[in-house]
Design a protein around this ligand. Structure first.
Ligand SMILES: Nc1ncnc2c1ncn2[C@@H]1O[C@H](COP(=O)(O)OP(=O)(O)OP(=O)(O)O)[C@@H](O)[C@H]1O
Length: 247
């Protein structure tokens, strides 16, 4: 995936000033940055969910905005705050979306069964997605992203709200996906997770790419957390801050 000069403003708020990203094929790419830095906005523009004010995004050489259907066939996306068909069960949702992707009904049924089992959502067979917990919504969202067998996964905070056992399963699925030739982009606030999984990293701050490269290039001998804080700047309440919180 190649993203060049992305920019997006919402009224007076410039969410993304200028973001460039290069995700090499076969890489496990981590996107990190402080709250409000522009990660979700950038990823949404990169996958064709939010039209940029300027800039371009390509996946495997295909322009996401000029040829959206071709690009989206190769993409599996887990957006942040995914709008879902709330009144369907997990299986119904996967079936519906699988058929929309043009997969054979028998293929959809087999993949839905496998995904529900792997994500440990088969126990919630009769639960509507609208009644899922936050972690269950992440997992069914991830299952949806995987369903059509995309070459590139773009996952916005896939581990947020997910329990440790499911988290381990998801890590294993994603690592296996990359070993088999797939590419993954994840945004995350967990530096430990990014250091564990990713071989490429980009840091976004205040709507700009401030560092990008291999994990070792970006952290340059320090931990990713220290590098992040150095690049982004830390604020501290100071000795006198929040003085009313004393007992
Ligand atoms: N639809 C919108 N309307 C107005 N402002 C928006 C909208 N979406 C995002 N923003 C603003 O754009 C900026 C970037 O938001 P974004 O969600 O991309 O950040 P983020 O890096 O994903 O943050 P987080 O780590 O907290 O999820 C923020 O200032 C946010 O308030």
């Amino acid at each position: 995936m190649e993203v060049r000069g992305l920019r997006k403003a919402f009224g007076d708020v410039v969410a993304v000033e200028r973001v460039d990203l290069t995700v090499p094929s076969g890489s496990f790419f981590g996107l990190v940055g402080p709250n409000g830095a522009g990660k979700t906005t950038s990823l949404s523009m990169a996958v064709g969910l939010l039209r940029p004010d300027a800039g371009a995004a390509r996946v495997f050489g295909v322009d996401v905005w000029a040829e959206p259907v071709r690009a989206k066939t190769m993409l599996g996306v887990l957006p942040d705050g995914l709008a879902m068909p709330e009144r369907l069960t997990g299986r119904e949702m996967l079936t519906y979306l699988g058929l929309l992707h043009g997969l054979e009904a028998t293929v959809v049924a087999a993949r839905a069964e496998e995904l529900l089992t792997v994500m440990e959502l088969d126990g919630a067979e009769r639960t509507l997605v609208g009644n899922y917990s936050a972690g269950m919504r992440k997992k069914i969202g991830l299952a949806t992203a995987l369903l059509h067998g995309p070459r590139l996964l773009v996952l916005d905070e896939p581990f947020e709200a997910v329990d440790p056992v499911s988290s381990m399963t998801i890590k294993a699925i994603l690592q296996q996906f990359v070993r088999r030739g797939g590419s993954v982009v994840v945004s995350s606030h967990s530096m430990a997770l990014v250091e564990l999984l990713c071989d490429q990293v980009a840091v976004i701050a205040a709507g700009r790419t401030v560092a990008e490269g291999t994990l070792d290039e970006v952290r340059d001998g320090a931990s990713l957390e220290d590098t992040f804080v150095r690049l982004v700047g830390a604020s501290s309440p100071g000795e006198q801050g929040l003085s009313w919180l004393a007992f």
